[in-house]
Design a protein around this ligand. Structure first.
Ligand code: ADP
Ligand code: MG
Length: 618
């Protein structure tokens, strides 16, 4: 779907201000933008580097530091230094209680169902506030580097994030003063950075392998018509580069015949060893042996030993890839591309094992710890309307609705609704004893369905036989973040239910969307008049139908005069309906209504009055 803002004066697409892309990571966060040469570029605020460690420190006097400076406090002031807050976003205590020991700061449970809080120096912070502080730092860096206010952003999240985690991410953005235009899946952003999915014509199935600091996930995506669909995800939220570092430290402890408990007790040495291990791991990119001394501890490691140490961990990620494929019901040869994401994929063994598993070279040309942010910047550029050819998913460009009596479009989700979204309305039958209801789903802005685009049609069968107007049919539209529309119809009295799914963006281009919008503007006045006429006519026809049924069933309760008069009114209404003049029809309807209302009341039969209410579907 596309976000299309049309300038009503010129009919052209409107350009919008700069929107940045943000990778809010568990270990590191960063921000990127599209530079004047139209290329995505990460923001490197002078002297501070590109990666901002996702760490927040609270000082004694309430001062807050974020990033590299905060990282130093992990050793000196662990209780007041918050890391890995992304693990807590949108989570309840119940969600995390099994791994609460992982955090060196206090994670609070006041009510196990509600969202967690963090206690720092007697003050309570929510993960949303803490993430907000990281985002604020990123915003400030971007503004400093670009010398322009930054108010709008696209933020990425793992594909497996649920609604609550996505909402929490949005809220964190809001707290940082950012208008979050879109939450994008990290694998989607990564593929965009490789240009995969930018051509709306191409259909591809790709695997995105993301090994970060503390988390691992692999996602299988299907890209079709510019829509990214997550077929499956797999992984381990406690597996990442940190495990490689720990494996190295454990090895050194063993080699130096030290006692692990002693090292852990000596927090400073433990942290120094950990940092040295990380350094060694990174050094294997260009050297094959590390040999240094920290205090009395010899830190010696060669590449092949390193690879033996991490092999079981890497093997675990390969098993996850196997499972992801299985869940997506795909085989290796059906994967067109493999994209590497996350700092830990720089390790040669990781690349090799992933390439061997998928039997193809992997994409590693783009910096793996920048690739998600770069893709988010591309997504932001698309949202800004700068890449017209690409379809987007943040708002529905066209209204979605169903056909009601007389061929009218009844809108359920209006155009420009932010997605995901859901909405519903209640409908009823138009005929007595109607047991099936046809539900036709359309997309478009015109009042008549014949001018709009049909997406789906199905029948709700097995409605118990009732007088017209009695069945209550709830029709719900659920448009998810991937742009898939789920339509559900339920007859409430009987519980009969029917569901279908469609993708409103299939087979429609941006230009066609634009054309449909322009048409609706050009024809707005005609459309309104037509709609009013059809509504009047439908109401009139319903009136004829129900009154005739009423007379048939209950005529014996009316006097001959009343019967004759009723007949006259109905004949006169029918004649007006044939003429097709809206005001005249409405006038006749009023007259019939006025005359027949006492009958219905008299007979305690709600059929008439009931049927008049609400919209009905044939
Ligand atoms: P996240 O997505 O979890 O925020 P990143 O993608 O930034 O994390 O990855 C951070 C991890 O990448 C850390 O464990 C870090 O040690 C590791 N890493 C960074 N550079 C290298 C390198 N050259 N070789 C191996 N691992 C690296
Ligand atoms: Mg990441």
């Amino acid at each position: 779907m596309a976000k299309v803002s049309i300038n009503l004066a010129t009919g052209s697409i409107q350009k919008e201000e700069l929107i940045v892309g943000i990778d809010l990571g568990t270990t590191n966060s960063l921000v990127a933008f599209i530079n004047p040469d139209k290329n995505p570029q990460v923001i490197n605020d002078t002297g501070k580097g590109v990666l901002v460690p996702s760490i927040v420190h609270f000082g004694q006097t309430g001062e807050v530091t974020v990033g590299n400076e905060a990282k130093n406090y992990l050793i000196t002031d662990p209780q007041n230094t918050i890391f890995s807050v992304k693990r807590l976003l949108g989570r309840s205590y119940k969600d995390i209680e099994n791994y609460k020991d992982f955090f060196s700061y206090k994670v609070i449970d006041d009510d196990s169902e509600s969202l967690v809080k963090i206690n720092v120096g007697g003050k309570f912070y929510t993960p949303i506030e803490l993430s907000g502080l990281i985002l604020k730092e990123l915003k400030a860096r971007a503004e400093h580097a670009l010398k322009t206010p930054v108010n709008r952003a696209v933020i990425t999240v793992p594909a497996y994030f649920n609604d609550s985690q996505r909402q929490a991410t949005r809220d964190a953005g809001k707290l940082a003063g950012l208008d979050v235009l879109r939450i994008v899946n990290e694998p989607t952003a990564a593929s965009l950075a490789y240009g995969i999915g930018l051509n709306p014509e191409e259909t591809k199935t790709i695997a995105v392998y993301d090994l970060g600091g503390g988390t691992f996930d692999v996602s299988i995506l299907q890209i079709q018509n510019g829509i990214f669909e997550v077929l499956s995800t797999n992984g381990d939220t406690f597996l990442g580069g940190d495990d490689f570092d720990r494996a190295i430290v454990d090895y050194w402890i063993e080699q130096n015949r030290l006692n692990k408990a002693d090292i852990i007790a000596n927090n400073e040495l433990a942290q120094q060893l950990r940092l040295k291990a990380e350094e060694a791991k990174k050094a294997f990119a260009h050297q094959s042996l590390v040999n240094e001394k920290i205090g009395d501890v010899w830190c010696t490691l060669d590449r092949s030993t390193f690879e033996q140490l991490i092999l079981p961990k890497v093997q675990q990620t390969i098993t996850a890839c196997e499972n992801a494929l299985k869940d997506a019901k795909l085989t290796i040869d059906q994967i067109d591309e493999v994209v590497m994401v996350g700092g830990s994929t720089r390790t040669a063994l990781v690349k090799k094992m992933v390439a061997d598993f998928f039997k193809r070279p992997v994409h590693d040309e783009v910096n793996p710890d920048e690739v998600v942010a770069l893709g988010a910047a591309i997504q932001a550029d698309i949202l800004a309307g700068n890449r017209k050819d690409i379809l987007l998913l943040d708002v529905t460009p066209l209204s979605l609705g169903i056909e009601t009596m007389g061929g009218l479009m009844d809108v359920i989700i209006p155009r420009n609704s932010k997605i995901p979204t859901k909405a519903g309305r209640q409908y009823t039958t138009s005929k007595d004893g109607q047991v099936n209801m046809k539900i036709a789903v359309y997309q478009g802005e015109r009042d008549l369905i014949k001018e709009n685009r049909k997406l789906a049609e199905f029948e709700l069968k097995g409605i118990p036989s009732m007088p017209a107007g009695f069945p209550k049919v709830d029709i719900n539209f659920l448009l998810n973040a991937d742009g898939i529309l789920k339509i559900q119809a339920v007859e409430l009295r009987s519980g009969v239910k029917q569901e279908v799914e469609v993708k409103p963006t299939y087979g429609i281009t941006d230009d066609q969307v634009e054309q449909m919008l322009m048409d609706s503007i050009t024809h707005a006045k005609d459309d309104v008049n037509q709609r009013m006429l059809i509504e009047a006519r439908t109401e009139g026809e319903q009136m004829v139908y129900t009154v005739e049924r009423f007379v048939q069933k209950n005529g014996s309760h009316l006097s001959p005069d009343e019967l004759a008069a009723t007949n006259n009114y109905i004949e006169s209404l029918k004649a007006t309906l044939a003429n097709g003049e809206k005001d005249a029809i409405l006038k006749k309807i009023d007259e019939v209504n006025e005359f027949t209302r006492p009958f219905a009341e008299r007979l305690m039969d709600h059929a008439i009055s009931h049927a008049m209410k609400g919209k009905s579907i044939e």
